[in-house]
Design a protein. Structure first.
Length: 263
């Protein structure tokens, strides 16, 4: 039988076991103060351990270790939450993509990593970029990395794609003096015939810190995707998972898979 008891219950029984100086012939008294569900799950385990010659203190140690595992599992479950976009009343029960992204950006204390295919140019998103630029300028953010695909001008890059994208980005996307580290897929710059470019959608706040949080989503960094399309994603408050995602992009830059714009 699989134990589904909470860690607190397992630790309580472990405490009772440690008070015993002998192996009882019945577990009825020990488990009498607990519910029937606890009795049904734990008694078979305790009986089996007695058959194997285990002392109550060893049983208590095992229950403590099982409680540790339950705690770790619960922390992992708590670290993830579903995020949803769309004109739908499900938002009353599920976190909204735009609200989640907005909160991640505004609560970031050191850095942001934003990864998208299409980069939105609506007034609402321009205001968001302006707020990021202002925080960069005042030192409230020390680093912003932005990975995107220039969908709006992808067929107008000319002989010098890097210069064309940089000019467009400075004029149409980010005209403020404080700039992010902006990257595009190197295959776009090299003129690859394959139309398979950067398509991930991710936002990470405070990567490499214990407070790191990451949203991995199907939604582009645009108003249409985050407010109108049906999109789905997961938000994690696990710093380890967030750092793991961030490393993937930093290593991709180191390997030349992304090209830094000249801003």
């Amino acid at each position: 039988m699989t134990l589904t008891l909470p860690a607190q219950t397992l630790r309580a029984v472990a405490t009772d076991l440690r008070r015993l100086s002998y192996v009882p012939t019945s577990w009825q008294n020990l488990l009498s103060t607990h519910s029937e569900a606890i009795h049904k799950q734990l008694e078979p385990l305790l009986v089996e351990m007695v058959r194997e010659g285990a002392h109550p203190r060893l049983m208590a140690l095992l229950l403590d270790r099982l409680a540790d595992a339950q705690d770790a599992l619960q922390r992992e479950r708590n670290a993830w939450s579903f995020v949803w976009s769309g004109p739908d009343p499900l938002h009353a029960k599920t976190a909204d993509t735009f609200a989640t992204v907005n909160q991640l950006i505004r609560e970031a204390r050191s850095s942001l990593l934003i990864v998208t295919y299409n980069i939105g140019l609506s007034s609402e998103f321009r205001e968001l970029y302006a707020s990021i630029a202002e925080r960069l300028a005042h030192g409230h953010l020390t680093r912003v990395d932005l990975f995107f695909h220039p969908v709006q001008i992808q067929d107008q890059l000319g002989a010098d794609p890097l210069a064309s994208i940089s000019t467009w980005f400075n004029r149409e996307v980010w005209p403020w003096p404080a700039k992010p580290n902006a990257y595009v897929d190197s295959r776009l710059i090299s003129g690859s015939a394959e139309r398979c470019y950067q398509h991930a959608k991710i936002v990470i706040a405070d990567a490499t810190t214990p407070e790191a949080k990451a949203l991995v989503t199907s939604a582009n960094f645009s108003e249409t995707a985050q407010r109108h399309n049906f999109e789905a994603g997961w938000l994690t408050t696990s710093a380890m998972r967030s750092i793991e995602i961030q490393k993937q992009f930093s290593q991709s830059v180191d390997q030349g898979l992304f090209q830094l714009l000249t801003l």
